[in-house]
Write a protein that binds this ligand. Structure first.
Ligand code: MF3
Ligand code: CO
Ligand code: CO
Length: 280
């Protein structure tokens, strides 16, 4: 078992809250609910269904069954309960009743819930039927890129060690890392300090401490790293229109690694990561 501090922030990193044991319990609940939505929606991912319909199913499940608030809805004006990002869409795809899944599509569904004022944020990729080898490899690499990041986390390291490892792995797989969007602190707000870059930046860097809670969510592209924001003000696509993939987990730094608060049973069974990661 791990203990979490009672003080409210670390000395060197004043703006990054250290969560107490009581707060961790709340965050665990929110994260479990957020991860349950990703599992619930899987059987609905089929050729011919619209992303608007998938959003509706997730919305109704969150609101009526889980009794949580879908955090994206009305967040800075975002119009839907989920983000669904298809193929060349990097992130923040707006679900639409005219966007139908077809065989070979790859998509990310990003779910964030608010439960009793605490946030749980996670996402994963789905493949519609079978896709081409390059896209399949992209999706696998996006998952492993997240896992590589998770395996670096422990107290005392600098935050930029995460991005360094994620970038090195991603580029070794011939893919590129998106620079404009990053992981983030989360807790009683959707997005707060620190920013978790998925590439190396010599930024002095925050030192990790037990009780820090943040997401790791690398977006990686089959082609070049550059992205473009579409005219709707939300949808982000790859500039070269190559496919993009992303997986996201929310974690808390522990005494000797991290706890993956949004881990799914399928991932535990696979054995590539654990709920409690010992990274010493
Ligand atoms: N869930 C996204 C993230 O991982 C944020 C979505 S913001 C929205 O940070 F407004 F697009 F919903
Ligand atoms: Co998210
Ligand atoms: Co996030």
């Amino acid at each position: 078992a791990h203990s979490f501090p009672t003080r409210r922030s670390s000395d060197l990193n004043m703006s990054i809250p250290l969560r107490t044991e009581d707060e961790i319990v709340k965050l665990r609940e929110a994260c479990k609910l957020a991860s349950d939505v990703l599992v619930m929606i899987e059987p609905y991912i089929k050729e011919g269904v619209s992303t608007g319909e998938l959003d509706r199913i997730c919305h109704d499940y969150m609101v009526n069954v889980q009794k949580v608030i879908p955090a994206p809805l009305n967040y800075h004006g975002f119009p839907k309960a989920t983000c669904i990002s298809l193929n060349e869409v990097v992130c923040h795809g707006i679900p639409s009743d005219d966007k139908y899944l077809k065989k070979g599509d790859i998509l990310n569904i990003d779910i964030t819930v608010i439960k009793d004022g605490y946030y749980g944020d996670n996402s994963k990729m789905y493949i519609v039927g079978e896709t081409n080898l390059r896209s399949k490899k992209l999706v696998e690499a996006a998952q492993e890129a997240l896992y590589v990041g998770l395996r670096t986390v422990k107290p005392g390291i600098r935050l930029n060690e995460i991005g360094k490892a994620v970038q090195k792995y991603t580029e070794s797989q011939t893919f590129s890392v998106v620079r404009e969007y990053c992981g983030h602190g989360i807790g009683t707000e959707f997005h707060c300090e620190p920013q978790v870059l998925h590439y190396y930046a010599d930024d002095g860097g925050v030192v990790l401490k037990p009780g820090m809670v943040f997401t790791i969510e690398p977006m990686i592209n089959a082609g070049k790293k550059e992205v473009r924001l579409m005219g709707d003000g939300w949808t982000v696509k790859t500039k070269d229109r190559s496919h993009s993939a992303q997986f996201e987990h929310q974690i808390v730094v522990t005494e000797n690694g991290c706890e993956v608060m949004t881990i799914r049973d399928e991932e535990i069974a696979e054995g590539r990561i654990q709920r409690v990661m010992v990274n010493v």
